[in-house]
Design a protein around this ligand. Structure first.
Ligand code: ATP
Length: 237
Protein backbone atom coordinates (compact mmCIF):
# COMPACT_ATOMS: atom_id res chain seq x y z
CA UNK A 1 0.00 0.00 0.00
CA UNK A 2 1.72 3.17 -1.13
CA UNK A 3 1.07 6.54 0.42
CA UNK A 4 1.05 8.69 -2.70
CA UNK A 5 -1.49 11.51 -2.75
CA UNK A 6 -2.97 12.09 -6.16
CA UNK A 7 -5.25 14.94 -7.25
CA UNK A 8 -6.80 14.50 -10.70
CA UNK A 9 -8.80 17.08 -12.63
CA UNK A 10 -10.26 18.62 -9.50
CA UNK A 11 -12.86 21.32 -10.05
CA UNK A 12 -14.74 23.03 -7.23
CA UNK A 13 -17.47 25.68 -7.44
CA UNK A 14 -18.87 27.86 -4.69
CA UNK A 15 -22.28 28.57 -6.20
CA UNK A 16 -21.57 30.41 -9.43
CA UNK A 17 -17.89 30.98 -8.57
CA UNK A 18 -15.43 28.39 -9.90
CA UNK A 19 -12.63 28.19 -7.33
CA UNK A 20 -10.68 25.32 -8.98
CA UNK A 21 -10.53 24.42 -12.66
CA UNK A 22 -9.19 20.93 -13.36
CA UNK A 23 -6.33 20.90 -10.86
CA UNK A 24 -4.00 17.86 -11.08
CA UNK A 25 -0.82 17.08 -9.21
CA UNK A 26 0.79 14.25 -7.24
CA UNK A 27 2.67 14.07 -3.99
CA UNK A 28 4.87 10.95 -4.05
CA UNK A 29 5.06 8.84 -0.92
CA UNK A 30 7.36 10.24 1.74
CA UNK A 31 7.96 13.52 -0.10
CA UNK A 32 6.98 17.11 0.59
CA UNK A 33 5.02 19.05 -2.03
CA UNK A 34 4.46 22.79 -1.72
CA UNK A 35 1.26 24.31 -3.05
CA UNK A 36 1.84 28.04 -3.39
CA UNK A 37 -0.13 30.96 -4.73
CA UNK A 38 -1.48 34.31 -3.65
CA UNK A 39 -4.66 35.12 -1.73
CA UNK A 40 -7.71 33.54 -3.26
CA UNK A 41 -5.75 31.30 -5.66
CA UNK A 42 -7.62 28.26 -4.35
CA UNK A 43 -5.06 26.67 -2.06
CA UNK A 44 -7.41 26.19 0.91
CA UNK A 45 -10.09 24.90 -1.42
CA UNK A 46 -7.77 22.06 -2.49
CA UNK A 47 -7.38 21.08 1.17
CA UNK A 48 -11.12 21.42 1.82
CA UNK A 49 -11.84 19.12 -1.12
CA UNK A 50 -9.34 16.53 0.13
CA UNK A 51 -10.99 16.61 3.56
CA UNK A 52 -14.53 16.41 2.19
CA UNK A 53 -15.47 19.89 3.44
CA UNK A 54 -16.51 20.91 -0.07
CA UNK A 55 -17.93 18.60 -2.72
CA UNK A 56 -15.97 18.72 -5.98
CA UNK A 57 -17.87 19.44 -9.19
CA UNK A 58 -15.57 16.88 -10.79
CA UNK A 59 -12.27 15.09 -10.31
CA UNK A 60 -10.80 12.51 -7.97
CA UNK A 61 -8.56 12.53 -4.94
CA UNK A 62 -6.81 9.32 -3.96
CA UNK A 63 -4.27 7.98 -1.52
CA UNK A 64 -2.29 4.92 -2.55
CA UNK A 65 -4.60 4.49 -5.52
CA UNK A 66 -7.82 4.41 -3.44
CA UNK A 67 -10.24 7.27 -4.06
CA UNK A 68 -11.34 9.30 -1.02
CA UNK A 69 -15.12 9.85 -1.01
CA UNK A 70 -16.19 13.51 -0.71
CA UNK A 71 -17.50 13.19 2.86
CA UNK A 72 -16.24 14.77 6.07
CA UNK A 73 -14.16 12.22 7.97
CA UNK A 74 -13.43 10.01 4.94
CA UNK A 75 -9.92 11.40 4.46
CA UNK A 76 -9.01 10.86 8.10
CA UNK A 77 -10.19 7.25 7.88
CA UNK A 78 -7.86 6.82 4.92
CA UNK A 79 -4.94 8.22 6.86
CA UNK A 80 -4.99 11.89 5.84
CA UNK A 81 -4.70 14.41 8.70
CA UNK A 82 -5.02 18.19 8.42
CA UNK A 83 -3.33 20.88 10.47
CA UNK A 84 -5.76 23.70 9.69
CA UNK A 85 -5.12 27.36 8.98
CA UNK A 86 -5.64 29.50 12.05
CA UNK A 87 -4.81 26.39 14.07
CA UNK A 88 -8.27 25.89 15.63
CA UNK A 89 -7.02 24.57 18.92
CA UNK A 90 -9.24 24.12 21.95
CA UNK A 91 -7.95 27.22 23.74
CA UNK A 92 -9.19 26.26 27.21
CA UNK A 93 -7.79 22.74 27.06
CA UNK A 94 -4.17 21.97 27.84
CA UNK A 95 -1.57 21.24 25.19
CA UNK A 96 -1.69 17.54 26.07
CA UNK A 97 -5.49 17.41 25.93
CA UNK A 98 -5.36 19.04 22.50
CA UNK A 99 -2.82 16.48 21.32
CA UNK A 100 -5.00 13.65 22.60
CA UNK A 101 -7.93 14.98 20.59
CA UNK A 102 -5.89 14.31 17.47
CA UNK A 103 -5.94 10.59 18.19
CA UNK A 104 -9.69 10.30 18.72
CA UNK A 105 -10.25 8.65 15.34
CA UNK A 106 -7.53 6.05 15.82
CA UNK A 107 -9.00 2.72 16.97
CA UNK A 108 -7.66 1.88 20.42
CA UNK A 109 -6.00 -1.31 19.19
CA UNK A 110 -4.01 0.64 16.61
CA UNK A 111 -3.01 3.47 18.93
CA UNK A 112 0.76 3.53 19.23
CA UNK A 113 1.55 4.55 22.82
CA UNK A 114 4.80 6.10 21.64
CA UNK A 115 3.16 8.68 19.37
CA UNK A 116 2.84 11.44 21.95
CA UNK A 117 6.46 10.95 22.98
CA UNK A 118 7.48 11.27 19.33
CA UNK A 119 5.46 14.47 19.00
CA UNK A 120 7.20 15.84 22.10
CA UNK A 121 10.50 14.74 20.58
CA UNK A 122 9.86 16.93 17.53
CA UNK A 123 8.42 19.79 19.59
CA UNK A 124 10.23 19.94 22.96
CA UNK A 125 8.49 23.26 23.69
CA UNK A 126 5.19 21.39 23.76
CA UNK A 127 6.53 18.96 26.31
CA UNK A 128 7.61 21.86 28.54
CA UNK A 129 4.16 23.43 28.18
CA UNK A 130 2.06 20.29 28.17
CA UNK A 131 -0.15 21.40 31.08
CA UNK A 132 -0.52 24.98 29.83
CA UNK A 133 -3.80 26.07 28.18
CA UNK A 134 -3.38 26.05 24.42
CA UNK A 135 -4.95 29.51 24.17
CA UNK A 136 -2.08 30.99 26.16
CA UNK A 137 0.66 29.68 23.83
CA UNK A 138 2.52 31.96 21.43
CA UNK A 139 1.47 31.82 17.77
CA UNK A 140 4.42 29.62 16.87
CA UNK A 141 3.74 27.22 19.74
CA UNK A 142 0.07 27.00 18.77
CA UNK A 143 1.18 26.07 15.28
CA UNK A 144 3.43 23.36 16.71
CA UNK A 145 0.51 22.09 18.78
CA UNK A 146 -1.74 21.97 15.69
CA UNK A 147 0.87 20.01 13.71
CA UNK A 148 1.43 17.73 16.72
CA UNK A 149 -2.31 17.14 17.00
CA UNK A 150 -2.45 16.11 13.32
CA UNK A 151 0.51 13.74 13.87
CA UNK A 152 -1.36 12.08 16.76
CA UNK A 153 -3.70 10.57 14.14
CA UNK A 154 -0.66 8.59 12.86
CA UNK A 155 -1.41 9.75 9.33
CA UNK A 156 0.00 8.45 6.04
CA UNK A 157 -0.47 11.91 4.56
CA UNK A 158 -0.12 15.20 6.44
CA UNK A 159 -1.80 18.35 5.13
CA UNK A 160 -0.46 21.65 6.46
CA UNK A 161 -2.48 24.81 5.81
CA UNK A 162 -0.26 27.91 6.02
CA UNK A 163 1.85 26.93 9.03
CA UNK A 164 3.94 30.11 8.70
CA UNK A 165 0.97 32.51 8.87
CA UNK A 166 1.53 35.25 11.43
CA UNK A 167 4.65 33.64 12.87
CA UNK A 168 8.05 35.26 13.49
CA UNK A 169 10.66 34.41 10.80
CA UNK A 170 12.94 32.61 13.24
CA UNK A 171 10.10 30.29 14.30
CA UNK A 172 9.14 29.77 10.64
CA UNK A 173 12.68 28.53 10.02
CA UNK A 174 12.45 26.21 13.04
CA UNK A 175 9.08 24.86 11.89
CA UNK A 176 10.48 24.28 8.41
CA UNK A 177 13.34 22.19 9.82
CA UNK A 178 10.93 20.15 11.91
CA UNK A 179 8.53 19.54 8.99
CA UNK A 180 11.46 18.27 6.88
CA UNK A 181 12.60 16.04 9.75
CA UNK A 182 9.11 14.57 10.26
CA UNK A 183 8.75 13.77 6.58
CA UNK A 184 12.21 12.21 6.44
CA UNK A 185 12.02 10.17 9.68
CA UNK A 186 8.47 8.93 9.34
CA UNK A 187 8.48 8.64 5.53
CA UNK A 188 5.39 10.81 5.61
CA UNK A 189 3.79 12.32 2.54
CA UNK A 190 3.29 16.06 3.19
CA UNK A 191 1.25 18.64 1.29
CA UNK A 192 2.35 22.06 2.48
CA UNK A 193 0.05 24.92 1.50
CA UNK A 194 1.77 28.28 1.87
CA UNK A 195 1.73 31.92 0.90
CA UNK A 196 5.34 31.93 2.07
CA UNK A 197 6.74 30.52 -1.19
CA UNK A 198 10.36 30.87 -0.10
CA UNK A 199 9.87 28.68 2.96
CA UNK A 200 7.66 26.12 1.25
CA UNK A 201 9.69 25.69 -1.95
CA UNK A 202 12.95 25.40 -0.11
CA UNK A 203 11.55 22.38 1.80
CA UNK A 204 9.69 20.75 -1.06
CA UNK A 205 10.69 18.05 -3.52
CA UNK A 206 7.83 19.23 -5.74
CA UNK A 207 6.31 22.69 -6.10
CA UNK A 208 2.93 23.52 -7.59
CA UNK A 209 1.91 27.12 -8.32
CA UNK A 210 -1.80 27.89 -8.33
CA UNK A 211 -3.30 31.04 -9.88
CA UNK A 212 -7.03 31.74 -9.93
CA UNK A 213 -7.84 28.07 -9.51
CA UNK A 214 -5.44 26.68 -12.13
CA UNK A 215 -2.03 25.05 -11.92
CA UNK A 216 0.28 27.41 -13.83
CA UNK A 217 3.70 25.96 -12.97
CA UNK A 218 5.13 22.75 -11.52
CA UNK A 219 8.70 21.69 -10.95
CA UNK A 220 11.09 20.73 -8.22
CA UNK A 221 11.16 23.16 -5.31
CA UNK A 222 14.62 24.23 -6.43
CA UNK A 223 13.52 24.85 -10.04
CA UNK A 224 10.64 27.01 -8.91
CA UNK A 225 12.85 29.00 -6.53
CA UNK A 226 15.05 29.80 -9.55
CA UNK A 227 12.15 30.49 -11.91
CA UNK A 228 11.92 34.15 -13.00
CA UNK A 229 8.09 34.05 -12.90
CA UNK A 230 8.04 32.67 -9.36
CA UNK A 231 10.70 35.13 -8.25
CA UNK A 232 8.84 38.10 -9.64
CA UNK A 233 5.39 37.08 -8.43
CA UNK A 234 6.04 35.37 -5.11
CA UNK A 235 9.56 36.00 -3.90
CA UNK A 236 9.92 39.70 -4.63
CA UNK A 237 13.37 39.58 -6.22
P1 ATP B 1 -5.97 32.34 1.10
O1 ATP B 1 -4.49 32.21 1.08
O2 ATP B 1 -6.43 33.74 1.21
O3 ATP B 1 -6.65 31.40 2.05
P2 ATP B 1 -6.55 30.52 -1.01
O4 ATP B 1 -5.56 30.37 -2.09
O5 ATP B 1 -6.56 29.49 0.04
O6 ATP B 1 -6.44 31.93 -0.37
P3 ATP B 1 -9.32 29.87 -1.33
O7 ATP B 1 -9.67 30.21 0.08
O8 ATP B 1 -9.25 28.44 -1.71
O9 ATP B 1 -7.96 30.58 -1.73
O10 ATP B 1 -10.35 30.61 -2.29
C1 ATP B 1 -10.42 30.41 -3.70
C2 ATP B 1 -11.58 31.21 -4.27
O11 ATP B 1 -12.81 30.69 -3.80
C3 ATP B 1 -11.58 32.67 -3.89
O12 ATP B 1 -12.04 33.40 -5.01
C4 ATP B 1 -12.55 32.75 -2.75
O13 ATP B 1 -13.15 34.02 -2.68
C5 ATP B 1 -13.56 31.70 -3.13
N1 ATP B 1 -14.17 31.09 -1.94
C6 ATP B 1 -13.52 30.42 -0.94
N2 ATP B 1 -14.39 29.98 -0.02
C7 ATP B 1 -15.63 30.34 -0.44
C8 ATP B 1 -16.96 30.18 0.08
N3 ATP B 1 -17.18 29.50 1.20
N4 ATP B 1 -17.96 30.73 -0.63
C9 ATP B 1 -17.75 31.40 -1.78
N5 ATP B 1 -16.53 31.58 -2.32
C10 ATP B 1 -15.49 31.07 -1.66
Amino acid sequence: MSNDLSIRDLSVAYGPVMALHGVSFDVPEGRIAALVGSNGAGKSTVLKAICGMVAPASGTISVGGTAIPARPGAALRQGVALSPEGRRLFGRLSVEENLRMGAYAVPRAELDPGVMERVYGYFPRLRERRRQMAGSLSGGEQQMCAIGRALMAQPRVLLLDEPSLGIAPIIVAELGRIIAEISRDLGMTVLLVEQNAQMALSLAATGVVLETGRVVLTGTGEELLQSPEVRAAYLGY
